[in-house]
Design a binder for this molecule. Sequence first.
Ligand code: C5P
Length: 239
Amino acid sequence: MKPARDYIIFPLDVPSIDEAKQYVELLADDVGMFKVGLELFIQAGPEIVKFIHAAGSTGIFLDLKLHDIPQTVSRATGRVADLGVAFITVHCGESRRMLEAAVDGSQGKVGVLGVTVLTSVSAADIQAAGFRSDFHSDLSRLVLQRAEMAKSAGCAGIICSGLEARAIKANFGPDFVAVTPGIRPLWSVTEGDDQQRITTPAQAIADGSDYLVIGRPIRDAEDPKEAVKQIIQEIESVI
Ligand code: C5P
């Protein structure tokens, strides 16, 4: 069984490389992985990836949420393959070919994760976007359909909410990685929160999540290190 800290992915959702470096130095011994998303990668590029590598053994999740024609996506994951990161994200979207291209481009050097349905998306959003009624009456159906596409394309796993983790594990087995954002410890208060499908760390782990993306509850805490400590205790209570 992996230690509790290895379940935690902290997103470096900050606008500057200097702020990102401060969080890396502060939390490198406390979390399992740092997530570099669009905001930081646009600002800092591969330099921040090199900095995290140099700071210790913490893994890196490059969350670029690619979505383009297969050739473009394949060429992009080909470049990511040489960065030494653990995971890259690609939207499941409409075509399995794009996911297959992402996996081909990755050359087995980085795990491709399919983004199923963003945790900020609600059933009302899916209805407004024109999806079939069985998808908006039960969002997990759409998540599972997209996960099936990702699995058959050779992806290492998917991003889903903690609410769907149990069904993902039941349908696709223990080795198909489930990464869950939208994590809110009971003590966290995130004003104007855009997350819709949320779970606590304990619930997500109990339901089979392999990794929890936890951002604002740590980043905006008065003491981020103490917030991580509390989350680790909560995870330890269920593993
Ligand atoms: O915990 P918090 O809501 O602050 O986490 C936000 C992070 O989770 C962002 O980096 C966002 O990109 C990521 N996220 C994700 N997939 C989703 C929803 C959010 O990777 N479905």
